[in-house]
Design a protein around this ligand. Sequence first.
Ligand code: NAD
Length: 370
Amino acid sequence: MSNKKILILPGDGIGNEVMSEVLKIIDWMAKTRSMTFDITERLVGGTAYDKEGDSISDETMQIALDSDAVLFGAVGGSKWDNVERDKRPEAALLRLRKDLDLFANLRPAVVLDALAGASSLKLDLVKGLDILIVRELTSGVYFGQPRGISKINDTESKAIDTQVYTTSEIDRVSRVAFDLAKVRRNKVSSAEKSNVMETGLFWRKTVTELHKKEYSSVDLEHILADNCAMQLVRYPKQFDVILTDNLFGDLLSDTAAMLTGSLGMLPSAALGPVNENGTRAAMYEPVHGSAPDIAGQSKANPLAMIMSFAMMLKYSFDMHEDSKLVEKAVQNVLLKGLRTADIKDGAEKIISTQEMGNAVIQELKILTGN
Ligand code: NAD
């Protein structure tokens, strides 16, 4: 079997620091596990703009298209604030999402036992929490036309955004949610605003029809997006998979994220359509940004990046055992009280980015005897 091709895009700021810790794990896996990867590393974001004149070059984009999966660090920083919009660091992220057609964004919100005290909610509400938000990522109000600001007369102007969804756009992201629910706790909560929006009504009808035709074995509930936000902070454990559109997903996934306590712990995946050969484009990245305030100080928590790699093993390569192994190593490190500054909770020992990466490797060695 040929090696899986991974494109590594560390990006700017702490993106580089946290990615280095994943590369150590990939190295360890190559030496001790059955699978080795073909790794290509390229510039992205502001660093790429400085060296290559664009936040992602056509050549890098082509490598992304030819890869089995992309692992992305973070981009951005005030240094590039005045760069033209289409060459800004963030433009690279949008191009990757668009050109790879990454329509399904998976954001798990998992509260690890060792960190349950770091949540802003009471311990018993979040202990053991494991929910997954599936957000539509390439359509809806962030992309719909017409959009723009125009003049009505000398004193009045208006701004327009358009929320638009087609049947196939809703179907494909719903399939991802239903399929994932089947291997979890078998429940999908579909969130929209069918009480006040045409797209909400259409979303509900389309999800219902697909469910009836292909996924009737999965429990489906419909929930208004505002109620979903409220329920997330009232009793989050009622949810398994939350399926929602681009706009509501943006808000609900950030709400769910904060239940877990820290930005430095949150991985994500973005998946494209399944090709004829059964594979799909995919990109994995931590939820956090380039954190210019701590960049270069070895303070960044690499665990969100490492957990993003674990998601890659699971969702792109079906390496479920290896994925669980990495997750278990992370949990064990935290159970031993090792913490980067962002997840400091009481008297635990504060360690650097590199020490945290090394601690995860150490745990992997203990868990596997290698
Ligand atoms: P941020 O996520 O970079 O940082 C927010 C806060 O969280 C900061 O105080 C930071 O120090 C802390 N933090 C973030 N990740 C951490 C980690 N792994 N360990 C420890 N602490 C961590 O968000 P921001 O400050 O709003 O944005 C900074 C830059 O990142 C901006 O240019 C923004 O556009 C960009 N950004 C990029 C992405 C991405 O690449 N996907 C996402 C969000 C923001």
